[in-house]
Design a protein around this ligand. Structure first.
Ligand SMILES: [Mg+2]
Length: 246
């Protein structure tokens, strides 16, 4: 759960309140959307990224972990392995790892379009008073350009990108940063297609809504979604105001 430190006062309260059964006004509720394959149908080949990162790490003998186990790790965790090796051996793996990631991101974001009429869904949620954020592990400039091209600019009050956080998803930093920026939030939902979105939500005391990902698959990662949706429009009929016990 969220540490109640002095840098996150608003969500310090939220972490205590998010499992409340009380009906809450939309103005106190944040909806934090993942970007890739949640609001944006990007074609970033995350498996290829992991394969190439694992290849670099193993070539440098940065890890003794088996390739299969490494392929199951989050990209941020693989970069952390490279960073640890760089610190211990004064190598320069991390710039090479980021070069791989950014090349795949740039290719995968080209001509990406919004999923499920996401601009209309997000605007409808905003019109109801919900507080909307987008949280992505992508770099800020490519993410903003892709969102703009897909008609998603202006759909969120704030966009938290890789450049804005110390630790990427599955860490909860980005969720906390989104809530800090939104301010005045008493309950938060994270909507995303990956286990890393669920892990980030759990770490920050938010409720996870899985998008097009089975609960069974997520449970194998220790993630328990509150709901699984197959279309973003389902958000308009979920009991968000009533909360996670409903
Ligand atoms: Mg995603």
């Amino acid at each position: 759960m969220l540490p109640l430190d002095s840098t996150t006062p608003a969500f310090g309260r939220a972490a205590l309140l998010c499992y409340s059964t009380s009906v809450m006004a939309p103005g106190g509720i944040a909806l934090i959307f993942d970007m890739d394959n949640t609001v944006l149908g990007s074609r970033i080949d995350f498996t290829a990224i992991r394969r190439e990162l694992v290849s670099v790490l193993r070539a440098a003998r940065a890890t003794a972990e088996a390739p299969d186990a490494l392929m199951g790790r989050a990209i941020a965790e693989l970069v952390a392995l490279g960073a640890a090796h760089d610190r211990a051996h004064r190598t320069q793996l991390v710039p090479e790892l980021w070069r791989i990631i950014e090349a795949h991101e740039a290719a995968g974001l080209q001509d990406a379009s919004a999923l499920d009429g996401a601009p209309a869904v997000l605007r409808a949620l905003r019109d109801r008073g919900y507080r909307i954020a987008i949280l992505t592990n992508n770099g800020r400039e490519p993410a903003l350009a892709a969102l703009r091209a897909a008609g998603l600019d202006g759909c969120a009050e704030t966009i938290v990108a890789r450049d804005d956080v110390a630790a990427l998803k599955p860490a909860g930093d980005g969720v906390r940063e989104a809530l800090r920026r939104l301010g005045g939030v008493a309950r938060a939902y994270v909507i995303g297609d990956s286990w890393i979105d669920g892990a980030a939500a759990a770490e920050a005391g938010a409720v996870f809504i899985a998008y097009r990902r089975s609960a069974e698959e997520l449970r194998r990662r220790g993630i328990e979604p509150w709901r699984v949706i197959m279309h973003l429009g389902e958000l308009l009929s979920l009991p968000l105001a009533r909360g996670p016990t409903s």
